[in-house]
Design a protein around this ligand. Sequence first.
Ligand code: TXA
Ligand code: MG
Length: 320
Amino acid sequence: MRAPLTTRILGTNPADIDAAAAVLSGGGLVAFPTETVYGLGADACHGRAIADVYAAKGRPSFNPLIAHVDSLARAETLVVFDARARALAAAFWPGPLTLVLPQRPDNGVSDLVTAGLDTLAIRVPTHPVAQALLAAFGGPVAAPSANPSGAISPTRAAHVTDGLSGRIDAVVDGGACDVGVESTIIGLADAPTLLRPGGVPVEAIEACLGTPLQHMKTGDGVSAPGQLRSHYAPTAPVRLNRMVAGTGTLWLGFGPNCAGADRNLSPSGDLHEAAANLFTHLRALDDLAKGQTIDVAPVPEHGLGLAINDRLRRAAAPRG
Ligand code: TXA
Ligand code: MG
């Protein structure tokens, strides 16, 4: 266990981005904004730094990490693209899509990033601060969401420091994340498979590929933290599909028919707005809850609603 660190808060000016890149080059841990959520970044080729990421998050080390790069060209040096992967990258990169592809031998990425798998999850984020940091660093940055394992993902720098202050070297404060739920993860080692719904709607991916995606069943293969049942969890108990405000409970609404809700994911019923608000509203209600249950209104199961409902089901899953 490392001694407590002083976590620096960095801005997004060029000098601070260079300082953040220098911390990464020295094997340190830097949280940074992406369009989905804040990531906890470390040099993907530096085994000790990756071990520190797992330790800082308290994450089971069998759960592999996503490598972030600034461009398709750099991604091609790490993994092998086929026609399907190229089509998805052309349509959705930079952006909230992660592709799981066969690794190139000797790509230098630490086995701790992939948990020993022969595939690597890779993504090119579109957030300008993430782009600037990845370009300044000049290599792959492994970055899980910057929260203690199992807790609510961070969409603001203050969420990161709430959970990880003293355990990481720096946070680059780039404001609130636009998308608000993590990237969609597509496995392409075999038939195209949805490994986690996220910021790119499944319908858009299927339209691009021209085929339906296979769906990963819970309990299959690699356990992703996004696939552990209880995850993204507030401290308060969570119940789903509640259309009325209960007594002694807090109510998280969605859409125009939730008068009296303590928070509303999107009063107009817009799924993009709801995704962007999801983790912030869950945190705010958790702070207010003090033992009360959080009841959540139904969210439609299409577009970004798939990712929102996936996170809500895990937040409501039995803890343990
Ligand atoms: O939007 C995002 O994806 C954010 C930002 C920071 O980029 N990152 C993120 O990372 O959500 P994390 O570690 O919280 O989730 C990564 C997911 C996990 O469910 C992990 O198991 C899965 O990716 N994963 C990573 N490598 C994999 C692989 N080789 N095969 C299958 N799943 C993999
Ligand atoms: Mg996560």
